[in-house]
Design a protein around this ligand. Sequence first.
Ligand SMILES: NC(=O)c1ccc[n+]([C@@H]2O[C@H](COP(=O)([O-])OP(=O)(O)OC[C@H]3O[C@@H](n4cnc5c(N)ncnc54)[C@H](O)[C@@H]3O)[C@@H](O)[C@H]2O)c1
Length: 266
Amino acid sequence: MTHVLVTGAAGGIGGAIAEAFAAQGALLTLADRQPAALERTAARLGRRAAVRTADLALPDSPAAVVEAAWSGHGPVDILVNAAGLYPSLDMADVDAASWDRLFAINLRAPVLTTATFARLAMKEGRPGSVVNISSGAAQRSRPGGGPYASSKAALEMATRAAALELGAHHIRVNAVSPGFVPVASDCNPVSARYAKAIGTNPLGRSGTPEDIARAVTWLAGPDASWITGEVLRVDGGSSTGALHLPRIWQLDDAPDPAAALEGHTR
Ligand SMILES: NC(=O)c1ccc[n+]([C@@H]2O[C@H](COP(=O)([O-])OP(=O)(O)OC[C@H]3O[C@@H](n4cnc5c(N)ncnc54)[C@H](O)[C@@H]3O)[C@@H](O)[C@H]2O)c1
């Protein structure tokens, strides 16, 4: 039975990823720092899942979570790093503590879980698959999103670097880069104004955690066995360009294209 470790499993996207793997019959270990929400995710799975409450921003915690999953429920086949924070923090307001805390959870934690996972898999000669959850912000920042964008850009490079080194050991490392997905999170609050402004995309509907989860299970699984170091955008096409801009030749009194999209985005 495939054993999948999902971090951030108490959250919107991590929870949907856990559910998608459970639906495929996988054995799950779920990690997050919110015990009650983690238990709710585990209860939704309809099958036994091990839960590990941990603050993955602590230096030793990521390794400990992987080791506990491995020794508690057998070798881990797939690691999904979905825990993350996306605070609003202007570059002019950054201080050492806020930057370090953000990078500890968004970058150091997935790098350390991957390192521990890789060492254990290599020791036992087992193949493996890692999927990191990045963000469209890695390519395109927004006001107040600079530290977050920086952490995800670094995560994408760490994904490629790990893929380069671990491929010889049959360990694939990829990332899924979601567009905006409403999740109603306590730790990652998003204003209605922001959600409306960022929610527009060429496919004309809001993304769901399940959209992301389906991409993760595919990328982690055997159908993607010759893919590594890839960043798969799952964003309704929102990263393709600036959909809200007028056409170059549009007359000044022509209707605003953003207005034409009203009611088309949800
Ligand atoms: N929702 C979106 O629009 C969106 C878009 C792009 C990328 N993402 C990424 O998707 C991932 C999941 O985000 P989400 O939208 O589901 O948010 P969410 O808040 O629902 O989930 C994030 C989870 O991470 C956990 N977490 C945060 N800090 C932690 C720590 N120190 N230790 C352990 N767990 C910790 C939280 O408890 C929470 O359960 C994040 O990496 C986020 O950056 C989200």
